[in-house]
Design a protein around this ligand. Sequence first.
Ligand code: SF4
Ligand code: SF4
Length: 172
Amino acid sequence: MTTRELIKKILFIEIIKGLALTLKHFFSPAVTRQYPYKVKIEPPPGARALHALAKYETGKMKCVGCGLCSAICPTKCISIYTTEGEGHRKVVERYEIDTLRCVFCALCVEACPFGAIVLTPHFEYAGYDKGEFRYTKERLLDNWDRYMGPERGRDYFERFWVPKSRDFRGGG
Ligand code: SF4
Ligand code: SF4
């Protein structure tokens, strides 16, 4: 140990320096941000949060019930129930996502050939009951109107999701 280090140790220089720093910050204003009461957080465009089922401009649901999103989902949190309709077409009776199990990987978005499922930037959802996090088809379609809508939806596919699949038909 050098003489300089020894003097520092004897005089508690480092401790005094630390205390001085604490004292300096003691009277400065608090840096706590009062979220969500005073501070609003705007997620960046393209942020991955709550799901929505997309609609065409006519208001028709894009999902055809093919089940690709459900098949690729790593946490198996998408459940789809279909029946057979006119011309052997599938009718999506129920489409549900258990958002508590979702890891927001967006594989469902990538897998969908119709651009029918999206992750909206809306992340401020909370609840007191587990059931509130189970999003039904109706709630997911409502999320589209609330958080995406036609313009934001188009932007979403043009800027953030450029599907590789040649048969993609969902951007519009
Ligand atoms: S969201 Fe897309 S991938 Fe999933 S069932 Fe509907 S059309 Fe198929
Ligand atoms: S984001 Fe990932 S985990 Fe969530 S529903 Fe889609 S595929 Fe499943």
